[in-house]
Write a protein that binds this ligand. Structure first.
Ligand code: NDP
Length: 249
């Protein structure tokens, strides 16, 4: 394991922001492993790599009902094949929106499990290798709603707010061991997640964005690339807000 250079692990890399992060980190020279919940998603990732002759792989990983032990086994298998995880991007996420009074426990639990508990489990599984190597960069995808709040998204905002506290706390635990932990909080980005919004909803939201447009997946990926790079060597516990000015703090 020690003779291998290490790789970047990106969750939810089959589409949207995760696919752009995988492409960008691969362009940056990292061997990349991207996860997806379906064979089709893995095929998409592997096709992208094969067409460009890039190092890495797609990997099946569904956080729903995945215990810590299962995730640890996955990480051990990957480490045996690709070396230590040098960059972990906790990107996979879901929304299950509803107003609190109508929100079922199932919707609450599903979002907390995939958007927050999975980050705890996968980070824990990858951290031992990073500490041993005395280097690593962990980048967690939060959201503008972690800071601003959003009606209809108490579950999602709670999970993403949790990510920010998790990021700052872990950054303090592992900074002295050469591991940096940061977050990226996107605003409205053009992906499947936001394509569910109606034109009317998008128009209203656009009025709140000084740059008057949705962000692109590449603009988020560029921030992740920066946080993973030597240029960000003195950044830890930080949250980069990529939201066109929609929310400033
Ligand atoms: P998409 O809905 O486009 O993609 C979600 C990704 O997560 C897919 O690769 C999907 O895999 C994966 N995923 C979904 N469920 C699970 C699961 N149970 N286990 C493992 N992986 C899963 O999302 P975006 O690209 O828009 O969002 C990426 C991240 O950015 C998320 O964390 C999101 O919360 C955050 N974000 C997005 C914003 C936006 O405007 N789009 C704004 C702010 C934050 P599969 O293809 O197999 O289903």
């Amino acid at each position: 394991m020690a003779d291998k250079p290490g790789f970047a692990l990106i969750t939810g890399a089959s589409r949207g922001i995760g696919a752009a992060i995988l492409a960008r980190l691969s362009d940056d020279g990292f061997p990349v492993v991207g996860t997806a919940t379906t064979a089709q998603g893995i095929a998409t990732i592997e096709r992208w790599m094969a067409e460009r002759g890039r190092a890495g792989s797609g990997w099946l990983l569904d956080f729903k009902g995945a215990a810590l032990e299962t995730i640890e086994e996955t990480v051990h298998t990957l480490e045996a094949r690709f070396g230590p995880v040098s960059v972990l991007v906790n990107n996979a996420g879901i929304t299950r929106d509803d107003l609190l009074l109508r929100m079922t426990e199932e919707r609450w639990d599903e979002v907390i499990e995939v958007d927050l508990s999975a980050v705890f489990r996968l980070t824990k599984a990858c951290l031992r290798g990073m500490l041993k190597a005395r280097r690593g960069s962990i980048i967690n995808l939060a959201s503008v709603v972690a800071l601003s709040g959003n009606p209809g998204q108490v579950n999602y905002a709670a999970a993403k707010g949790g990510i920010l506290g998790f990021t700052r706390s872990l950054a303090q635990e592992v900074g002295s061991r050469g591991v940096r932990v940061n977050a990226v909080a996107p605003g409205l980005i053009d992906t499947d997640m936001t394509r569910e919004l109606t034109l009317e909803q998008k128009k209203l939201l656009m009025e709140r964005i000084p740059l008057r447009r949705l962000g692109t997946v590449d603009e988020v990926a560029a921030c992740v690339s920066f946080l993973a790079s030597p240029g960000a060597a003195y950044l830890t516990g930080e949250t980069l807000q990529v939201n066109g000015g929609m929310y400033m703090s």
